[in-house]
Design a protein around this ligand. Structure first.
Ligand code: 3PY
Ligand code: MG
Length: 252
């Protein structure tokens, strides 16, 4: 298998993710050896960039973590290159309509289910010669739900054949719903909507995922039923730990 993730999700397990913003690969190794089940290379807001993708995937491969890529946008060449480079799955930002969800799946699945072009350069090396016949079944494809429009279209998006699950971006979602971006999805109207996304996604037999910056919000997400819970990015965890040391030492 590309990973044991599909089985773990099917068994109802909660899987913990880390998020990678820092280039260079060493922080990816640190995060992987820390024990995250999944590491997501963020090519949208991270500092890694397309040119740093392969080195970061190689660093993840030196750890037990499963590599996913958050692509910059719904752009089929980026999705296909991330998968060819060895991502076990992709997370695509700003999927607001069922048409966009269909385009996302189409780019990530080989014919007859989709239109992914064949050329799994590094993926075949990493996952084996039968990658081509297993990829459609095992590649994870997550549509990000992070606008009011996406919430309005949720049922239709969840009906997209071949979609593995959805992934909530609480920053953009709160920005869209309230005009102010916060990762704390427990605030205001966002709370009920984030709870409903988990319920509706589970009811359709798909995987509800979400980004959180750390343990407290990750726990709250797990309590709502989220199964793929990202809990922290390398950049934010480093900054938070550094601030905690300095606060402790400089406390009057
Ligand atoms: C968001 O919170 O909008 C995200 O995309 C999380 O990375
Ligand atoms: Mg976002």
């Amino acid at each position: 298998a590309l990973s044991r993730l599909a089985e773990r999700f099917a068994a109802g397990e909660t899987v913990l993710g880390g998020w990678l913003h820092l280039p260079g690969g060493v922080s990816a190794e640190v995060m992987g050896h820390a024990g995250y089940d999944i590491l997501t290379v963020d090519l949208q807001h991270g500092l890694i960039g397309e040119g740093g993708l392969v080195a970061t995937l190689e660093a993840i491969a030196a750890t037990p973590a499963v590599p996913l890529v958050r692509v910059p946008w719904l752009h089929p060449p980026d999705l296909m290159r991330a998968l060819d480079a060895g991502a076990a799955g992709v997370i695509c930002p700003m999927i607001d309509t069922p048409g966009q969800a269909r385009a996302l799946v189409h780019a990530c699945r080989y014919a007859p289910e989709g239109g992914r072009s064949f050329g799994p350069t590094r993926a075949r090396m990493v996952y084996g010669d039968d990658y081509g016949v297993r990829a459609n079944r095992e590649t994870l494809v997550f549509a990000m739900i992070e606008t009011a429009g996406a919430v309005g279209n949720l049922e239709a998006i969840l009906g997209t054949p071949g979609l593995s699950g959805v992934f909530v971006g609480p920053g953009d979602l709160s920005l869209s719903l309230t005009g102010r971006a916060t990762l704390d999805f427990r605030q205001g109207d966002t709370a009920g909507i984030v709870a409903r996304i988990a319920r509706d996604t589970l009811r359709r037999g798909l995987i509800p995922g979400i980004f959180t910056p750390g343990a407290e919000l990750a726990r709250a997400a797990i309590d709502l039923g989220y199964r793929f819970v990202t809990a922290g990015s390398d950049l934010a965890l480093l900054g938070g730990a550094a601030r905690a040391v300095l606060d402790e030492l400089r406390r009057p």
